[in-house]
Design a protein around this ligand. Structure first.
Ligand SMILES: Cc1cc2nc3c(=O)[nH]c(=O)nc-3n(C[C@H](O)[C@H](O)[C@H](O)COP(=O)(O)OP(=O)(O)OC[C@H]3O[C@@H](n4cnc5c(N)ncnc54)[C@H](O)[C@@H]3O)c2cc1C
Length: 447
């Protein structure tokens, strides 16, 4: 839709038949704003996606908590309270796809299997495998890799290498449930459809995201070793452990009923180097993913798409064709944005009390901005808050060397463990992980 706004009619190649289950259900303020810019607010309200006013994070005992409101900035950078949405992705993604088609995109159902390269290395299209098994080449002047965790162009080695980052030893379990007790307010801190986060201890947490009037998405994230040592099935583990993570969550789940199977995916972070180049841009999870704790995935993905669209138009008009990387500036712009997020999230894990103090006293507005997804340099970032996070993490960010900035240096990153991810490793995508867990192979795999 962002491309169509620029006068470009794209082909969308999607391998799955929609609707399909997907994770990523809570939006930031800026994700909501982008939907509004695309003229989708009416449709979002008509579909009755729950309205989110903020996120509340409960501490270990379930009594203390802090709240971050969804917010917006006006043209004069004045901060105001805002709202965004929670979505059931199967429905939301269908809505987005249909709307894109209605506006002029062509949807093709098939799997990209190979990147086609021109003599100068530019990506000039993809080979597609159609559902009937036949293959065909589709030529295009620009390929936007939006393949999510499948990281298509990284697999094809079109990009630079993919590094595993700091959160590579975690695992997430999630399901949809009814009977969970929500807040009881209409707006603000007590709004019934807010995101709730339950912190237990470092790297152990749960989410609670209402996705319609009855159903809540519940997720549990912790180190993978905790699960493997129990020898339980994912469902057994989820049912027992979700009740132990925080007393406040336990109270809300006395009448919980599962209405969706328990899904499992590795909650790992990674980063693809050189994710833009001649004829291609990787967007969203296709090049980078950090910890999902504060719901930044959709926001980063959709905003990168919006940033990329005018650049694609200019490229199609002939700009930057002689450069080795016509999208180099976009690349560093996006990296800087996610670096800001990463430094904030890492400080939360490393020094949660300091983080809460920053949020309530010293840097309230700046952190409210970051939580809303305003993390790019055009949005006054890195703010003093992010710079302080960086300082406390004893971290510097250097963007002077084209190939050397923004290394994956999360709080648990150790250079010796930063093994280059291997495209041929037995489990490299979410889908493969799901197959492995459903066939009982999960316990044998070291991811
Ligand atoms: C545990 C967990 C919790 C999360 N919670 C949140 C949250 O609350 N809020 C939030 O904003 N984000 C959350 N996220 C992140 C969010 O899920 C992602 O960031 C977001 O969905 C990424 O969007 P995307 O478009 O990059 O990729 P995706 O949404 O994964 O879309 C990629 C698409 O590409 C298709 N595809 C892949 N390979 C090919 C191919 N070769 N050919 C054709 N099609 C292909 C796939 O079928 C898929 O439809 C969470 C992530 C995790 C792991």
């Amino acid at each position: 839709m962002c491309l169509i706004r620029e006068g470009i009619k794209p082909i969308i190649l999607e391998q799955e038949a929609f609707p399909r289950f997907h994770i990523g259900e809570s939006m930031t303020g800026e994700a909501g704003q982008l939907l509004r810019r695309l003229g989708l607010e009416k449709l979002m309200l008509k579909k009755q996606h729950p309205v989110k006013h903020g996120v509340k994070v409960f501490g270990t005992g379930g009594v203390n908590s802090w709240f971050v409101p969804v917010s917006a900035r006006d043209a004069d950078w004045r901060l105001s309270a805002g709202t965004t949405w929670q979505v059931r992705r199967s429905e939301f993604d269908v809505m987005m796809l249909k709307e894109a088609e209605k506006r002029g995109a062509t949807l093709l159902r098939g799997t990209a299997t190979k990147a086609l390269r021109a003599n100068d290395g530019a990506v000039r299209g993809v080979t597609v495998r159609w559902p009937d098994g036949k293959s065909e080449d589709i030529e295009g002047e620009v390929v936007l890799d939006c393949s999510g965790m499948a990281t298509f162009l990284a697999n094809q080695r079109v990009t630079g290498p993919k590094y595993v980052g700091s959160y590579d030893k975690q695992i997430a379990f999630f399901a949809h449930v009814t009977g969970a007790v929500r807040n009881d307010g209409a707006s603000g801190e007590k709004a019934k459809d807010n995101t709730l986060i339950f912190y237990q201890k470092k790297f152990h947490w749960a989410w609670f995201i209402p996705i319609d009037k009855e159903v809540v998405s519940l997720g549990l994230v912790l180190p993978r070793a905790n699960f493997l040592e129990t020898k339980q099935t994912p469902e057994e583990f989820f049912r027992t452990t979700i009740l132990e993570i925080n007393p406040n969550l336990r109270r809300r789940l006395a009448d919980m009923k599962l209405v969706e199977k328990v899904h499992v995916i590795p909650n790992y972070s990674y980063q693809v180097r050189r994710f833009c180049g001649k004829g291609f841009i990787c967007i969203g999870d296709a090049h980078r993913f950090i910890d999902p704790i504060f719901s930044f995935g959709l926001s980063a993905t959709m905003r990168e798409a919006e940033f990329a669209a005018p650049l694609v138009r200019k490229y199609l008009e002939g700009e930057g064709r002689d450069k080795s990387n016509p999208f180099a500036e976009h690349q560093v712009f996006c990296e800087k944005g996610i670096d800001n997020l990463e430094d904030m999230v890492d400080l939360f894990w490393e020094q949660p009390f300091v983080f809460a103090t920053f949020l309530y006293h010293r840097y309230r507005d700046e952190l409210i901005d970051a939580f809303a997804g305003r993390v790019y340099e055009t949005e006054r970032q890195p703010s003093p808050a992010i710079q302080k996070c960086r300082k406390l993490l004893k971290r510097t960010r250097d963007y002077d060397h084209e190939d050397d900035y923004s290394m994956p240096i999360g709080s648990r990153f150790h250079p010796e463990r930063a093994a280059l991810w291997e495209p041929n490793s037995p489990i490299s995508t979410t889908e493969e992980w799901m197959v492995a867990q459903s066939t009982g192979k999960l316990a044998d795999q070291s991811f």
